[in-house]
Design a protein around this ligand. Structure first.
Ligand code: SPV
Ligand code: MG
Length: 431
């Protein structure tokens, strides 16, 4: 009997999948691959079911003879292992980033023997509804809130992009890239105080109040499903912070990062060029503990941000604070630096990891931007935040356009740099 292989990465079986199985059955005995979480989150929607649940679901399908786990998004290993006579897939993977997966299947079939069979993708109303329902489910607070903790367990490093509006949220949500045969996307979103303030034309001094920050978060949440980390500045007064923790939790925010500064907060990238006061360990620990006590779910995270290196207080101070903050209940540590190279960040992480292997570490490589995600992960860093690059790329582009329209008294000269207006009017999906 011939064997037919197909890989599923879905949480819900719809008529499209059933069609694939029906076609597969005609060719031989059907083996379904369940794509591992680690592989599928790099290009697909985050799973709402565990791998075990998905395996059981696929096993229960009529016509499926066996289910195996596919650990890599590429087909090379699984085809070498199973040597199926056929691989069957919907024809929707011929274009876009996912075509890299198709290429890997063709490559592996050439090497191991076997044939690729493609069936027409089912674009029915039912399939579209399943898709919409899944997306809406993932945007619900109970799914979104816990997702950051899930990602920290699943990923070598959680890739986080700054967002400050619905539009930037869509970019973080939908951008999928194929590079050197690998597919990738961002895992989470950072609501930066700097960029949220800048978008409103305000300085980054805790002037944009919590109501306004919550409004930004809501705009982002309306159009995305990925988890949100809020830049909570200093957390404000402890008496206020506890209320904000409850609000953020209820909304489905996954984490707030608060920094150990007090008084008028200035952006960390000013370093010691402006007056900035670090909070005492005692006060900041009390704020963390109060926040943790106010929290109602086990999922929300309060991450303590250490400003000792920014304020040139030394490595020992940074480490002492890190251990104290974890003791006070912090669910993660963010260590910040404005040095051009990551040496002091690595030194901190290596030393911290000697005594603490569990607590997630967050970094924001704005000034030490030559560092790669792989290097960060190798020093025990769990979350990387690209904190301001969207804003910093958009502003000069818009400024140049405004300048050139003024210069030429018309818009023709800027047109080649613009998104075609046909694209902008269809950019946002309608329900
Ligand atoms: C932000 O994005 O607002 C941050 C990171 O807090 S930094 O600007 O580097 O301080
Ligand atoms: Mg900030």
């Amino acid at each position: 009997m011939k064997t037919v292989y197909t890989c599923f990465c879905t949480d819900v079986i719809h008529e499209g999948h059933l069609n694939i199985i029906n076609e597969a059955k005609k060719l031989g005995s059907v083996i379904v691959g369940a794509l591992s979480d680690e592989a599928l989150i790099r290009y697909n929607r985050f799973p709402t079911k565990t791998l075990e649940q998905r395996i059981r679901m696929y096993e229960a399908l009529d016509g499926v003879d066996k289910v195996v786990v596919q650990n890599d998004m590429h087909y090379d290993d699984i085809i070498a292992q199973l040597k199926p006579d056929y691989v069957i897939h919907g024809d929707n993977w011929k274009t876009g980033p996912v075509s890299a997966l198709r290429e890997s299947a063709i490559r592996a079939l050439e090497k191991n023997g076997g044939e690729l069979v493609e069936v027409g993708y089912t674009f029915s109303a039912d399939v579209q509804k399943v898709d919409r329902v899944l997306k809406e489910k993932l945007s619900m607070p109970e799914y979104r809130r816990r997702r950051l903790r899930q990602l920290v367990k699943m990923c070598p490093i959680v890739k986080t992009l700054e967002v400050h509006s619905g539009l930037t949220g869509i970019i973080a949500e939908k951008t999928v890239v194929e590079h050197e045969g690998k597919l990738d996307q961002f895992d989470a979103m950072w609501v930066s105080s700097l960029c949220d303030s800048t978008a409103k034309g305000k300085p980054d001094i805790e002037l944009v109040d919590m109501s306004s920050r919550l409004r930004t978060i809501d705009d982002v949440m309306e159009v995305t499903t990925k988890p949100i980390i809020l830049d909570g500045d200093t957390g404000g007064l402890t008496e206020h912070f506890v209320y904000n923790v409850r609000t953020l939790e209820r909304m489905g925010v996954s984490a707030v990062i608060i920094e150990d500064k007090t008084g008028l907060k200035k952006n960390s990238l000013f370093g010691t060029e402006v007056v900035q006061t670090q909070d005492s360990i005692e006060n900041f620990c009390a704020k963390i503990t109060a926040g943790k006590n106010a929290q109602l779910t086990d999922e929300f995270m309060i991450i303590a941000r250490i400003e000792s290196l920014i304020l040139e207080q030394g490595m020992e101070d940074a480490l002492t604070r890190a251990y104290a903050y974890v003791e006070a209940g912090a669910d993660g540590i963010m260590i910040h630096s404005r040095k051009k190279d990551p040496a002091e960040i690595f030194e901190f992480c290596d030393k911290f990891r000697e005594k603490n292997t569990e607590t997630p570490i967050v970094v924001v490589p704005t000034s030490f931007n030559s560092v790669t995600e792989e290097e960060l992960a190798s020093h025990g860093i769990n979350i990387v935040i690209y904190a301001n690059q969207l804003t910093r790329s958009a502003f000069p582009a818009m400024q140049q356009t405004a300048t050139d329209i003024l210069k030429y008294h018309r818009a023709l000269e800027v047109d080649s740099r613009l998104m075609p207006f046909k694209e902008i009017i269809t950019l946002i999906d309608e329900l």
